[in-house]
Each structure stands twice: as C-alpha cells, then as structure tokens.
Design a protein around this ligand. Structure first.
Ligand code: GTQ
Length: 359
C-alpha cells in the first residue's frame, strides 16, 4: 500500500514546466484530479465499447481443442477451455465487456472436478454424446443443442462416459462479476459430487412450461431448470407458423425463460434462439446490451458497424454494446442462431437503450 499524502515530488531541479503543470502534478501527488481534463472521456455522448466486432471460426479452433485434449490432462487443467478473447479486451481477457465465451472439450473417461463460483454460467452443447454435468447433486445430461444452466454458487462437475470428443460453448458473466469485485471461487474437495437428486429431475418437472411444481422451494434469482433440451427448442421453433411476422431485427427469436417469473434464465444473462429464414434481411439497430452469437446451423452474414462477418455452422461471433448491426441470410436454407446477452443487467439498472438504425 502507498502511504496517503505522499510528499510532493516537485523540486527546483526538475525540467522547466509551467506553474499550471506544477499545480496539476501536485494535485496528482495528492491523489486528486481536475475533472475538466477528463470530462470528455468520462461522460461520452454515447457508449464506445473497447471490444470490437469479432468472429471465431469453429473449423479453425476445433483442431486446437482436439490437440490439447491429447496433450493436456484434466488433472493439470481445471477446465480445458479455449477462451474466445476479444482483440480489444485482452487484459483481463473477455469476449465482450461483461461476458465470456469459451469452447470446452472433454474426452471419454475424463472428468472435470467439482467447484463453484459466483459467476453465472451456462453450456450450449455443440457436439458429442454421453457426457453430463452434475449441478448441486443432480446429474444433467448433455446433447447437442441443449442449454444447461449452472447459476452462480452451484457446485458443478462434468463427466464424459460416451465416445469421441464432447465440445460445448461456455458462457459466463465473470467479466461483470469481477468488475464488481464480487468474485468468489471454491473447490468441492472431492473430484466429483455424489448424486443426491434424480438425473434430469429439474428439467422434467418444468418441461411443460406452463405448469410449475409447487413444492420446490428454489424460487431464487435463477431459473431452476437444469437443461433446456434441443428437442423442445426445435419443437417451439417449428410451432411458429412459416408466415409469422417475427422480429424485424432478429427473425423468429424465442427467449429461454425462468419458469417462476417468465424472465431471463439468470439475472445477468438472457439466452435466445433465433431462426433467420432463407432470404431474411434484418433491420439494423443498436442497443446498450452486448450479444454473443453461436451458429447452431446454416450460414449468413452479420454486419456490425460496417464490419461484415460471414458466419457458418458452429462459429461464434460477438457484437459489442451500442454497435449498429443487422443479420442477413442470403442462403437457400434457414439459419438458426443461439444468442446470449447482458440485456437483463441493463434493464434492471435502467440503462437499457436501443435505436433502430434507420430511424
Ligand atoms: O466448466 O466450470 O469456460 O469454471 C470457465 C470457467 C468453464 C466450468 C469455463 C469454468 C467453467
């Protein structure tokens, strides 16, 4: 710790400087600063994210994930995750200002040991079969397209008893939690949790979506659902008529909800799935929320502040806060995107703003 009220370092032997500069140096030495020299940076007319729009190609990253699955054991790595680091956010590394995306790989016979952290997390399964996550004693199966939640401070470990590599997208809010200096982390002590609740029970009990089990006491900040299975997501998308209007910005976009209140799945992260029909040409817009997209299937283009990102199957791309963007699907097939954002944070704090680009 530096001592408060350090003596001024000004003396008469230094380089010649103006009386004003000497005064500013004295202020700095007294841990004070002239607001008028900082005003423009601190009160910008509108947000300017340090993050840049960026696309990570799955085909480029997958071989690296496989390489480390062969050369690095899960005894030596807490989690085998390739972090998707935004070129504008390298220290500390993050994908967008408040959000993280990573690609996690686990091989047959392996396990990732039990731990918990205050950061909220989810997994969106990309490929593989036969793995599961245990969350607070409940084994939750993982299949491609499933969305699994591990809300803050829940114990979680991952086990793979199937064949071939299992790869998923991790989404976490640790950049926000750490910025708030609210990060806690704890090891469970044993490698894996004991199974104390029936496999898949939190998913099955809420699966209908409009009939909630009244005996459950876990009406907290988070959705109690362990897994939003792809089979149900696909059914929900298919139930929307082909000529339904949808969102001019996002196409047929559906939000995964917390069954207790209809709100976002976690207080800091909203998750959606969106279908962009063949020929879709989205209206441009911008909003204060940050969004990360994962291509479930298909191909298309997203233009962000004039930067064009041509995405394909399983890619991940990031749209920073307040950048103007639009989605296009000129291909002959529908495209399906999974999207997550920090929109609930902005809404809760009264900081959500949006503007249609052609207004
Ligand atoms: O699987 O628990 O990508 O703790 C980063 C931190 C995944 C996990 C990440 C984690 C995990």
């Amino acid at each position: 710790m530096t001592a408060p009220n350090r003596p001024s370092t000004l003396d008469d032997t230094g380089p010649p400087e103006s009386a004003a500069e000497r005064r500013y140096a004295e202020l700095a030495a007294a841990s004070a600063a002239p607001l008028w020299r900082h005003y423009g940076n601190l009160f910008s007319p509108e947000p300017k994210s340090r993050a840049v729009p960026y696309l990570w190609r799955y085909a480029q990253l997958r071989p690296h994930a496989v390489h480390f699955s062969e050369s690095l054991s899960l005894e030596d790595a807490e989690r085998r995750v390739l972090m998707l680091v935004n070129p504008g956010l390298q220290d500390p590394p993050a994908t967008l200002n408040s959000l993280f995306a990573g690609l996690q790989i686990i091989m047959p016979g392996e396990s990732a040991q039990a731990h918990r952290h205050t950061a909220n997390a989810f997994r969106f399964i990309i490929e593989g079969s036969g793995a599961s996550t245990t969350v607070d004693g409940e084994p939750v199966p993982m299949r491609p397209g499933d969305l699994l939640l591990t809300p803050g401070w829940r114990w979680h470990d991952h086990t793979h008893n199937g064949d071939g590599p299992m790869i998923w997208l991790d989404g976490l809010d640790y950049p926000l939690v750490n910025a708030l200096e609210a990060g806690f982390f704890e090891q469970y002590g044993e490698r894996l949790q004991r199974h104390t609740r029936p496999a898949g029970s939190s998913t099955e009990q809420f699966i209908h979506g409009r009939l909630n089990p009244v005996w459950r006491g876990d009406r907290g900040h988070h959705s109690p659902v362990g897994n939003y299975p792809w089979t149900e997501t696909e059914r929900a998308l298919a139930a929307i008529a082909d000529d339904a209007e949808g969102s001019a910005f996002d196409g047929i976009a559906l939000e995964y909800t917390n069954p207790w209140n209809g709100g976002p799945v976690m207080p800091t992260i909203s998750c959606r799935v969106q279908r962009l029909r063949s020929g879709f040409s989205g209206r441009p817009h911008q909003h204060t929320a940050n969004v990360i997209f994962h291509v479930v299937r298909g191909e298309g283009t997203t233009e962000v502040d004039g930067v064009r990102m041509d995405w394909a199957d399983k890619d991940v791309f990031a749209v920073p806060a307040w950048s103007a963007y639009r989605h296009l699907n000129p291909s002959r097939s529908d495209a399906v995107l999974f999207a997550y954002s920090d929109e609930p944070v902005f809404r809760t704090l009264g900081l959500y703003r949006s503007r249609a680009g052609d207004d």
